[in-house]
Design a protein around this ligand. Structure first.
Ligand SMILES: [Zn+2]
Length: 101
């Protein structure tokens, strides 16, 4: 997802923007949980605990639905969020938890 301050692409493991240091926005809990699972599966894949087919299968299982009914998944290769729109997966930034500012 993009940094809300400077639009730099942030990796899924990043807690802060590498460019400007802005904290990664908080995601709704089911999005945050999917990211946590993705990170775990990817590290298992990279360390050879699971094979690529198992990794892809596991990531597909992380597809979630938001409160408006849209489906979201994390790209196996990119580690970025995609939203299902008009029969295809389109890169998109997930909804961000509203802050109390
Ligand atoms: Zn930034």
């Amino acid at each position: 997802m993009k940094c809300l301050t400077c639009n730099t692409i942030m990796e899924i493991e990043d807690r802060f923007c590498a460019q400007c240091g802005t904290m990664r926005p908080l995601l709704p809990h089911h999005f945050a949980r999917a990211e946590g699972e993705f990170t775990r599966f990817r590290s298992e894949f990279l360390s050879g605990v699971i094979d690529q087919a198992a990794f892809i299968h596991a990531v597909k299982e992380l597809t979630i639905q938001d409160e408006t009914g849209s489906f979201w998944c994390i790209g196996v290769q990119s580690g970025q969020w995609y939203r299902y729109e008009e029969n295809s997966w389109v890169p998109a930034d997930p909804p961000v938890e509203s802050t109390s500012l």
